[in-house]
Write a protein that binds this ligand. Structure first.
Ligand code: CP
Length: 326
């Protein structure tokens, strides 16, 4: 029996995830055109901004015959409190418990985006907001990116790897930390890492040492090679997945992370990097900063797989909704 919720790649085995990607590919090819969400209403609750996730979920729900409601939490609704048993004397006017009890009378599923506070890695790893929704909702909860998990992105990424390489086993992928002026969540990094290992990719993480991912927050790192210098990337790397993330080592020391990373402004995907891995295609979950994370030259070249990844989000989410909500 499948779990009620779709929250993390690590909750599922390879066969289950493989089945979702196979269904996504059928939606993409037009071989599958069912309407499992007919007469169903689904809420998309955003605690944080989005372009791809918001639009692709809305389209996926409509194309499956359902009706989406997109809700900006705090802007268009009351701010929501998720901590249990506390006096609610902050600016959060309504508790998740009560919001869920109301929303489940209107909707057949809730999709949630809720980013981390990036202050305490143990708190963020406990997924406080997603867990509160999952605990109190009788209906499915679908993760649209949480503190440490972005499972729909990871499935779209693996689908893209499979389309490009024809397989996932032993495909040589480098997860490449790029400089970014802001501290970004670990969600995409950890979900891709977990999925890539499950699907048998030959994965290398290339990052300054303080950005290495410890096994305490992602056990799959035991199956991953870490290198700190871009020149140590394998020449036959097939895919470079560009991504910035916060330093796990300096997670509670934001100022040190931000000041320390200034010396890594050369960690950008540019033509010099592609001289090391000459055949590599470039992935990124988007949004990305041009000429900070990836140069215009590379982004506008045939190496760019990012738009294909973004397109695949639509099909993957149709597969997830078909499985968890219908
Ligand atoms: N990759 C991704 O989730 O994009 P958005 O933040 O725009 O939704």
């Amino acid at each position: 029996m499948r779990p009620k919720d779709f929250i993390s790649i690590s909750d599922f085995d390879r066969d289950f995830l493989d089945d979702l990607i196979t269904t996504a590919a059928k939606y993409k090819s037009g071989k599958f055109d069912n309407k499992p969400l007919k007469n169903k209403d689904i809420a998309l609750l955003f605690f944080n901004p989005s372009l791809r996730t918001r639009i692709s979920f809305e389209l996926a729900i409509k194309q499956l015959g359902g009706s989406p409601s997109t809700i900006g939490v705090g802007g268009q609704t009351w701010n929501l409190e998720w901590r249990s048993g506390i006096p609610m004397d902050s600016d959060r006017a309504e508790h998740v418990i009560d919001a869920v009890r109301v929303l489940e009378r209107y909707y057949q599923a809730l999709c949630i985006r809720a980013f981390p506070e990036l202050q305490d890695i143990k708190v963020d790893a406990s997924e406080p907001i997603l867990s509160a929704f999952a605990k109190h909702s009788k209906n499915p909860i679908i993760n649209m990116e949480s503190c440490i998990s972005h499972p729909c992105q990871a499935l779209a990424d693996i689908m893209t790897v499979r389309e490009v390489a024809g397989k996932t086993n032993k495909v040589k992928v480098a997860l490449f930390w790029t400089y970014h002026p802001r501290r970004l969540p670990l969600a995409v990094t950890l979900s891709f890492l977990s999925a890539a290992v499950k699907f048998g990719c030959d994965l290398t993480v290339c990052a300054p040492e303080e950005y290495f991912i410890p096994s305490e927050i992602c056990s799959e790192t035991k199956k991953v090679k870490f290198v700190s210098n871009p020149s140590d990337l394998d020449k036959d790397t097939q895919i470079i997945y560009a991504k910035s993330w916060s330093s796990p080592k300096l997670y509670s020391q934001a100022d040190q992370d931000l000041s320390g990373r200034q010396r890594y402004k050369d960690r950008i995907v540019n033509s010099n990097l592609l001289k090391i891995a000459q055949q590599a295609k470039i992935m990124h979950c988007m949004p990305f900063r041009r000429n900070v994370e990836i140069t215009d030259e590379v982004a506008d070249s045939d190496s760019n797989l990012m738009y294909q990844q973004a397109e695949n989000r639509l099909y993957v989410q149709k597969a997830v909704l078909n499985k968890f909500v219908s």
